[in-house]
Design a protein around this ligand. Structure first.
Ligand SMILES: CC(C)(COP(=O)(O)OP(=O)(O)OC[C@H]1O[C@@H](n2cnc3c(N)ncnc32)[C@H](O)[C@@H]1O)[C@@H](O)C(=O)NCCC(=O)NCCS
Ligand SMILES: Nc1ncnc2c1ncn2[C@@H]1O[C@H](COP(=O)(O)OP(=O)(O)OP(=O)(O)O)[C@@H](O)[C@H]1O
Length: 208
């Protein structure tokens, strides 16, 4: 079995690409989904977050207030580092379990959607390919629109990650997601594999 790492900047279109890959029958493991699961009340990461960030970052029902935690960690690098050190080991353990599940099910390729793949560089050595979803020009406006953020907040989130052009140097394959939805042929929810332009794909058939 081969692992394929899929990454990109915040709001560059990873989930949109993943929707299409899932429709094509690919096995996809989503780190953002797992990141939500591992901070459910009373799990280890939850307890550590409350210990370090205080009960002010909790909602009334005891769950983590993601908006409040986000506004702390995207503006304070040392707090971001702290949150990463709490959550990443738990996320990686759960990813490993899911990889094993797909291995047992007989999948030849498993796609790992990991926003911080290139920042957490040590994971890339396990990947057969690394794919970057790339859309530098539209990223800021898509992020502001999707999350209802002011420009300064959206820019802080983008700055909390490696610049797209640096990530680009590490990726074996690049998917250009600059094209708008209107350029996409009517299909399903409006997306198809043809929506995206693969810029460098020596082995595209191998991925799919
Ligand atoms: C800060 C949190 C609470 C914000 O939650 P929210 O629901 O608003 O955003 P969501 O989780 O959907 O993440 C959206 C995007 O933000 C970016 N992002 C998330 N965490 C980080 C981080 N620690 N550093 C840089 N970018 C990040 C990613 O591009 C991600 O796709 C949440 O992202 C979190 O718990 N992050 C720490 C865990 C983590 O590193 N997740 C990324 C996957 S490994
Ligand atoms: N080609 C496109 N044309 C227009 N809008 C797009 C395109 N691709 C994605 N979007 C929109 O941009 C926003 C960000 O896309 P998406 O959520 O897929 O990004 P992401 O990389 O998964 O984000 P995150 O890092 O926050 O998880 C969404 O609102 C999505 O609908």
């Amino acid at each position: 079995m081969f692992l394929v790492g899929l990454s990109g900047g915040i709001a560059s279109g990873k989930s949109t690409v993943v929707t299409v890959l899932r429709e094509l029958g690919c096995a996809v493991i989503d780190a953002d989904v797992i990141a939500r699961q591992v901070v459910q009340p009373h799990l280890k990461a939850y307890q550590q977050i409350v210990h370090h960030f205080g009960t002010e970052i909790l909602l009334e029902n005891g769950e983590i207030n993601r908006e409040a935690l986000g506004s702390i960690i995207f503006s304070q690098p040392e707090k971001r580092q702290l949150l990463n050190s709490i959550t990443h080991p738990e996320i990686q353990k759960e990813m490993l379990k899911q990889i094993l599940k797909y291995f047992v099910l007989g999948y030849r390729y498993v796609i790992l959607d990991i926003p911080l793949l290139f920042e957490t560089n040590r994971l890339t050595k396990f990947m057969k390919y690394t794919v970057l979803v790339y859309c530098p020009r539209a990223q800021l406006s898509r992020l502001m629109q999707r999350d209802g953020l002011a420009q300064a907040e959206a820019e802080a989130r983008i700055r909390s990650q490696l610049p797209l052009d640096e990530k680009r140097r590490f990726a074996t394959h690049i998917i250009d997601n600059s094209g708008g939805r209107e350029s996409v042929p009517a299909h399903g929810r409006g997306w198809s594999w043809r929506s995206f332009k693969v810029l460098s794909n020596p082995n595209q058939a191998g991925i799919l």
